[in-house]
Design a protein around this ligand. Structure first.
Ligand SMILES: NC(=O)C1=CN([C@@H]2O[C@H](COP(=O)(O)OP(=O)(O)OC[C@H]3O[C@@H](n4cnc5c(N)ncnc54)[C@H](OP(=O)(O)O)[C@@H]3O)[C@@H](O)[C@H]2O)C=CC1
Ligand SMILES: CC(=O)N[C@@H](CCC(=O)OP(=O)(O)O)C(=O)O
Length: 345
């Protein structure tokens, strides 16, 4: 298959290239840019020396459609809302890594992203690509809204208990931390070395654009679950997200029973690994991989469950899950090009 990457010069783009250039079903990977056309890709990413002789092509929608059967968009929010309608074609499938197509209500997108939403027909057609949960819809989809990084960690951490309606509504608190590649390659003061190193910062308090995305999915699983408290922190590391989730349950549970529930829920899901009793994952356990690792412990004193969910933001949180969805869409074995041991140390 011929695949195209729009936004190839960004972190999501290079991660897509890293995976797709080793994918047995991908015969050609075309790279597109809105600013660096004609440049060799290796001049943007020198680690590709001797590994890649491709050039960056101009972003012309007609050409992109003609040259590819699958198009990955790894562009900042606001871009694919405008670009996707120009790329839609019966013989092309689209996988969008941005937040533009995830929220079903256009007004919600306007409110949280403060940008113009995509057309209603595009939002209606887009399938939310949380691979583990939405497999059957992903199989049939022409457009995938790939989930956000924080929502992936949070939703996989909560799915077993929310889908089984075990949660006391309004008690979900998510305390999440991300490595800096989550903010993309474009430099900013907030992501400069001096601001970050030796520092820990909370940001977008009660205003993070992933809040409505998480709530939308939780509400679909359990109509009683509505608002959550969700906070995000920047950690001085390159990759990784840890979502620590606190939630009250409707009844008393034994830890062992909860762990059994999680293990059963994820038993056929190769990229979700539930830890044994008393063991909690850290971000290095999934570094550079498509795994989501989960640990949990019930506190009978407070009737509260603590869930820890970790992912690599660029892999399971972006490019890895996008390729997992690509595999599902084309009936390719789900783990193809994605099953490798995380990088450690
Ligand atoms: N980084 C992460 O961990 C995650 C990112 N995402 C989402 O994935 C998307 C890509 O993120 P990321 O790779 O980190 O971002 P980057 O900033 O690293 O890269 C974005 C790329 O988009 C291209 N671009 C910028 N403006 C435009 C435009 N107007 N039209 C077309 N292309 C444009 C740029 O390439 P060029 O100038 O060459 O065109 C740029 O390299 C974002 O929407 C992000 O929110 C989702 C989950 C996790
Ligand atoms: C560390 C960091 O800054 N992370 C970004 C993640 C952005 C992202 O992935 O945005 P969409 O999913 O909405 O496209 C943030 O918190 O805004």
């Amino acid at each position: 298959m011929k695949v195209g990457i729009i936004g190839a010069t960004g972190y999501g783009g290079i991660e897509l290239y890293r995976i797709l250039s080793n994918h047995p079903n991908v015969t050609r990977c075309n790279l597109y840019t809105s600013s660096d056309e004609g440049k060799p890709y290796v001049s943007v990413y020198p680690h590709l020396h001797d590994l890649c002789s491709d050039q960056l092509h101009p972003l012309e929608p007609e050409r992109v459609k003609e040259e590819n059967e699958v198009i990955f968009l790894a562009t900042p929010s606001g871009v694919s809302a405008n670009l996707t309608p120009k790329l839609i074609d019966d013989r092309v499938k689209i996988i969008d890594l941005s937040g533009d197509l995830r929220l079903k209500e256009a007004g919600q997108y306007e409110k949280w992203y403060k940008k113009t939403p995509a057309a209603e027909h595009v939002l209606n057609d887009a399938v939310y690509g949380l691979s583990e949960i939405n497999r059957s819809k992903i199989k049939e989809a022409q457009i995938i809204a790939n989930p956000g990084c924080y929502p992936t960690a949070t939703l996989l951490g909560l799915a077993p208990i929310v889908q089984n309606q075990l949660v006391k509504p309004k008690t979900i608190i998510v305390d999440a931390k991300s490595g800096v590649s989550g903010a993309g390659r474009k430099p900013s003061i907030g992501t400069s070395f001096v601001e970050l190193q030796d520092n820990l910062k909370i940001y977008k308090v009660h205003e993070h654009q992933h809040i409505p995305e998480i709530e939308q999915q939780l509400h679909e699983w359990d109509k009683e679950v509505q608002e959550i408290t969700f906070s995000t922190h920047l950690i001085p590391m390159t990759r990784g997200i840890m979502a620590t989730i606190y939630v009250e349950l409707l009844e008393d549970w034994e830890n062992k029973r909860l762990l059994d529930l999680y293990k059963q829920f994820y038993k056929d899901k190769p990229f979700v690994r539930v830890r044994d009793e008393g063991v909690f994952p850290s971000t290095k356990d999934v570094y550079g991989s498509n795994y989501c690792d989960i640990g949990l412990k019930f506190d009978p004193r407070t009737n509260r469950l603590t869930i820890v969910s970790v992912i690599d933001n660029l892999m399971k949180g972006a490019a890895g899950q996008a390729v997992q969805n690509f595999n599902i869409m084309f009936g390719i074995e789900e783990t193809t090009a994605l099953r490798f041991i995380p990088v450690y140390p």
